[in-house]
Design a protein around this ligand. Structure first.
Ligand code: KG4
Ligand code: ZN
Length: 355
């Protein structure tokens, strides 16, 4: 039995200064955060394993799980210390339980269950994609809804209609590569290293985005789905053609042309969705949302259409536990707690709880 204290704000009953410890271990970031009232980030510790995975050119699932296991306790400790709190101050513990790498997810889920059981506080299971969406609620606590949210990460490219906390409609998704995956694969083909998104973004700044003609797949008329594998293949073919003819590839021009093609598709489809579903607000989420051109173009185009735009700072776009704690806050208010049998669900769908 949990005791929840309430207070009345503007006639609305609210839980009292709720402190949620969030845990995120779905991929290669070990993160823990404390968020008060779903909005105030008391701490957000992110330990990236990128250096470990770089030499393999991508995330190695088994290595990621072992690293999470090594880091998780220290990261949680640091999140509490930096917030100036101890375990007894925490009202609930929230954890990403999917989608993601099963071994990586399990480390977070097992830690959160141990904390919830030991402290006798609620356990809250959060969908990773829902977490990304909620990074926007850390920037604007009460955005005008419904909103069209573009979620673009290493594993996902989705257009989500956000009616409110817990109420989502999937409008479109990638049929092959995720946007971040395309960035990473193209960077690898160009010999740039891992992760490719930030490297291409940086390199593109000095390039001409009209230099290399690349295809943009819009799919059937009106489709809000995405496809990036043709674009990726076009870049690889271009690299082979130029080097095969003994020529020199202008890396900056190629990076800029590729980034422009991805951003054109993402922004066009997001604006189309916002128009079709008459959402006055557009949101951006996921690691690729750290992309400079995407941020600028979405702001510019949405602004020109008279839409409100919410874009979280880059640190809240890539994987972090503050977004998980924020999403969990709304579940806490609804009393949507997970049982102690909560398990990792690697292919968890948005809006479909599996506990
Ligand atoms: O959300 P995230 O941190 O992890 C997943 O849930 O996948 O996203 C990681 C992805 C990687 O593919 C990375 O290359 C991409 O986000 N990314 C970027 C940028 N920063 C990170 N892609 C394009 N431009 C960036 N600046
Ligand atoms: Zn993510």
């Amino acid at each position: 039995m949990y005791v929840i204290l309430y207070r009345i704000v503007n006639g609305v009953t609210k839980a009292m200064s709720v402190l949620i410890l969030g845990i995120e271990t779905s991929c290669d970031e070990t993160s823990a955060a404390v968020v008060a009232e779903g909005t105030e980030i008391k701490s957000n510790i992110i330990s990236s394993q990128v250096e470990v995975h770089r030499k393999f050119g991508g995330v190695v699932p088994e290595v990621a799980s072992r690293k999470h296991l090594e880091l998780i306790n220290a990261v949680i400790r640091e999140a509490l210390d930096q917030a100036g709190l101890s375990f007894k101050d925490i009202d609930a513990v929230a954890v990403t339980y999917g989608p993601g790498l099963v071994g990586a997810l399990l480390v977070g889920v097992a830690s959160a269950k141990a904390i919830a059981f030991g402290l006798d506080i609620p356990l809250i299971g959060v969908n990773h994609i829902e977490g990304h969406v909620f990074a926007n609620f850390l920037v604007e606590a009460n955005p005008v809804l419904p909103a069209t949210c573009l979620v673009v990460s290493g594993g996902h490219t989705e257009l989500v209609l956000v009616h409110g906390p817990g109420h989502y409609e999937l409008l479109g998704a990638t049929r092959d590569d995720a946007a971040g995956e395309a960035f990473d694969k193209v960077a690898r083909a160009m010999g740039l290293g891992y992760p490719g998104g930030p490297l291409i973004d940086q390199l593109a700044t000095g390039g001409n985005d009209n230099a290399v003609p690349l295809p943009r797949a819009y799919l059937e008329e009106g489709s809000l789905d995405f496809s990036f594998s043709g674009l990726k293949t076009a870049v690889i073919n271009y690299l082979h053609r130029v080097t095969g003819q003994g020529g020199q590839v202008n890396q900056a021009d190629l990076a800029a042309s590729f980034r422009r093609a991805v951003v054109d598709i993402l922004v066009d489809k997001t604006i189309s969705a916002a128009r079709r579903y008459a959402t006055g607000t557009v949101m951006l989420a996921g690691g690729v949302a750290a992309n400079k051109l995407l941020r600028n173009e979405l702001s510019r185009r949405a602004g020109a259409e008279g839409l409100r735009v919410v874009i979280p700072p880059p640190v809240l776009c890539t994987d972090n536990a503050a977004m998980i704690a924020c999403a969990a806050y709304h579940k806490y208010l609804r009393g949507d707690f997970a049982p102690m049998t909560l398990n990792a669900v690697p292919s968890l769908q948005l809006g479909v709880e599996q506990y």
